[in-house]
Write a new protein. Structure first.
Length: 187
């Protein structure tokens, strides 16, 4: 299932209230990748990680991702890529195209429109840790992404690139410790 509702940590949820759609070239230098992880030593299944691409110390966010240790499904990173998708219908499946130089990569996602000015307008995609997009994000300096019917957005990968790696490592760790589907309740 590509579109799942996930519970974000309170801090991440509060960050998703005001979001940009399309950056001016000069603005891209203000944005950075930020990582946070919520751990509960008493309950390892309560762990979660968040990845935010936005202006630090503000609620200006362009990309928001989460994964959690609650189950194998929750360990798969769910990423919302902010775009002006107001001309599209919420919940509709769409192709999200990433371009960096001569390399293109497309993933399936669902259009998400924020409700009551809470959340991020854009496309939500589940990106398995093996998805080639993660490799592109670790090797390139920036990428643009778009869907048919919306203006493309651009993201720099330089400021905070190590945080992308930390997020992916946390999601992989959660997946490794998760109970495989169909084995809940087995000793």
């Amino acid at each position: 299932m590509l579109f799942r509702t996930r519970v974000l940590g309170a801090a991440a949820a509060s960050l998703l209230s005001v979001l940009p759609c399309g950056l001016r070239a000069a603005d891209i230098d203000l944005y950075a990748w930020q990582f946070s992880e919520n751990l509960d030593p008493a309950d390892p299944k309560a762990a979660s990680a968040q990845l935010i691409y936005g202006i630090p110390e503000t609620d200006d966010i362009q990309v928001a991702g989460t994964c959690a240790a609650a189950s194998a499904d929750d360990a798969v990173p769910s990423i919302t890529f902010g775009l002006d998708v107001s001309a599209l219908q919420s919940g509709v499946e769409t192709d999200l195209k990433f371009t960096t130089g001569t390399v293109e990569h497309t993933v399936k996602g669902r259009v998400q429109l924020a409700e009551y000015e809470e959340g991020l307008d854009g496309v939500v995609a589940s990106l398995a840790p093996s998805d080639p997009l993660w490799t592109l994000m670790s090797q390139k300096t920036e990428f643009s992404y778009s869907v048919a019917g919306a203006s493309p957005a651009k993201a720099s990968l330089e400021r905070g690139r190590e945080n992308i790696g930390k997020f992916l490592d946390a999601c992989r760790r959660y997946a490794a410790q998760a109970t495989p589907p169909g084995e809940k309740g087995k000793p």
